[in-house]
Design a protein around this ligand. Structure first.
Ligand code: ADP
Length: 433
């Protein structure tokens, strides 16, 4: 730049110098100087015109071999242009590579804008979702994949969980799992995966557990019945063995019953929607807790609202009862248990707080899995099956509610069932006369 500036300054000085010499030699210095300035001005305008033509795209080549400021300006621009071109080519290559990869994915991938308009899709989307190129580009996804369930889910805005078991529009036998990943301002990536095999396996698993549990029920009832009939009068040494046999057969019966409950819950999409009279349910829960505790704990019932719930009384009672029973079983004698029913904002919440052994944070993510126990021996000693919290989770899912667990080892735990505000019912008016 400095060199270019010097060259340009030298050129101006040379022209002015020449005008000065000519003016001194031939007379009329002012005219010569004026002519030199005018010439420089015309030259400047000519170069500007050339520059303008190049910018507008009328001229392809720029004379960038000039050693002065114009050449330096042109060379700078050409360099920038070249870099920009290289960058664009790189981006284009990247985009092509991305498209080729996305097109080859076995999962259907659809790019949607905020309004649900299709901006792009891969080949698997044609096979799984029936989208056709270019016909469906720019179309509305909900109009093309006509399923009220999918539309509701798309418009719901909560895509933290995938939408499972969606029949493929191209083939009813195909079962899809849909997932939405919002990735840029108002843009969403919809991924549909063929889950048919997984769903079939899941169904086989469910049927297997349900059938085995069902088949075990009758022989267990027989064993249980005969065990109750045996009187160890002749051989008293059999007494402890009989006690153990009875306790184990009771445990097995309870496991089978819990497995059957879980199978029944899993097979259901929804439960009966009835008024659950919470005051009655809570009084029963308190009586159950007292019967289980046998006076070893201080049990309190804190009714902070008289709101009722919409849902299944039987299943909700079973879920709440599991939480209360856990609180009693995992709290040492002398501890306290508080059963609470309240409104948090507009959301009805049932919670059980105990001053028991608590659960370490590392166990919490898996605590609602079937047969997951923090300590198997403690669970067995207290008559647990390892299925209680799984049942709670399923019942709450069927009520679109969530389970929140706060716990500290050695201090205690609070298990809260948080229901949606739409499930709250104003208390029924007292019946008179
Ligand atoms: P279980 O029949 O073994 O009690 P659950 O599914 O009800 O099975 O509970 C799973 C595990 O969670 C239990 O084994 C226990 O370790 C832990 N747990 C559940 N409730 C409590 C509680 N109130 N306090 C401490 N630990 C608990």
């Amino acid at each position: 730049m400095d060199r270019a500036l010097h060259v340009s300054l030298w050129r101006i000085a040379a022209v002015l110098g020449l005008a000065l010499v000519l003016g001194l030699l031939l007379g009329g210095l002012a005219w010569w100087l004026l002519a030199a300035t005018g010439g420089a001005l015309v030259y400047l305008l000519w170069r500007l015109r050339q520059f303008g033509l190049w910018l507008q795209g009328h001229s392809r080549r720029l004379p960038n071999d000039d050693a002065g400021l114009w050449g330096s300006l042109y060379r700078g621009l050409v360099l920038r242009q070249r870099r920009e071109l290289q960058r664009r080519r790189r981006l284009l290559r990247l985009l092509r590579a991305f498209r080729t990869t996305a097109a080859a994915l076995p999962d259907a991938t659809v790019v949607l804008d905020a309004a649900g308009t299709i901006l792009w899709f891969n080949t698997a989307a044609t096979r799984l979702l029936g989208l056709s190129y270019p016909h469906d580009m720019g179309g509305h996804f909900s109009n093309l994949v006509r399923s009220p369930r999918v539309t509701r889910w798309l418009e719901g805005g909560d895509w933290s969980e995938p939408l499972m078991d969606v029949p493929a529009p191209t083939d009813d036998a195909l079962r899809l799992g849909l997932r939405i990943i919002p990735y840029a301002e108002g843009q969403r990536l919809l991924v549909a995966r063929d889950m048919s095999k997984l769903m079939q396996l899941e169904q086989v698993r469910r049927d297997f557990v349900a059938n085995v549990s069902h088949e075990l029920r009758t022989p267990l009832t027989v064993v249980h019945g005969y065990l109750d009939l045996i009187e160890p009068d002749q051989s008293p040494e059999l007494e402890p063995i009989l006690v153990e046999l009875r306790s184990q057969s009771r445990r097995m019966t309870q496991i089978v019953e819990d497995l059957l409950t879980l199978s029944r819950l899993e097979a259901q999409d929804s439960l009966p929607e009835e008024r659950v009279s919470m005051t009655g349910v809570l009084q029963t829960l308190r009586r159950e807790a007292e019967a289980l505790s046998l006076g070893r704990h201080a049990i309190s019932l804190d009714l902070r609202t008289d709101t009722d719930l919409t849902g299944s009384t039987k299943e909700l009672h079973s879920a709440f009862s599991n939480l209360v029973s856990n609180a009693v079983r995992y709290t040492p004698a002398g501890g306290s248990i508080a059963i609470r029913w309240e409104l948090r904002g507009a959301e009805p919440v049932f919670s059980v707080t105990d001053t028991g052994q608590g659960i370490a944070p590392s166990h919490l993510p898996r605590i609602t899995e079937r047969f997951y126990r923090v300590s198997s021996s403690r669970s067995r000693d207290t008559g647990g099956t390892g299925l209680g919290l799984s049942i709670v989770k399923h019942v709450l899912q069927l009520h679109q509610a969530r389970l929140c667990i706060e716990s500290e080892v050695g201090v205690g735990s609070t298990f809260s069932c948080v229901f949606g505000a739409e499930r709250a019912l104003a208390a029924a008016a007292e019946e008179t006369g």
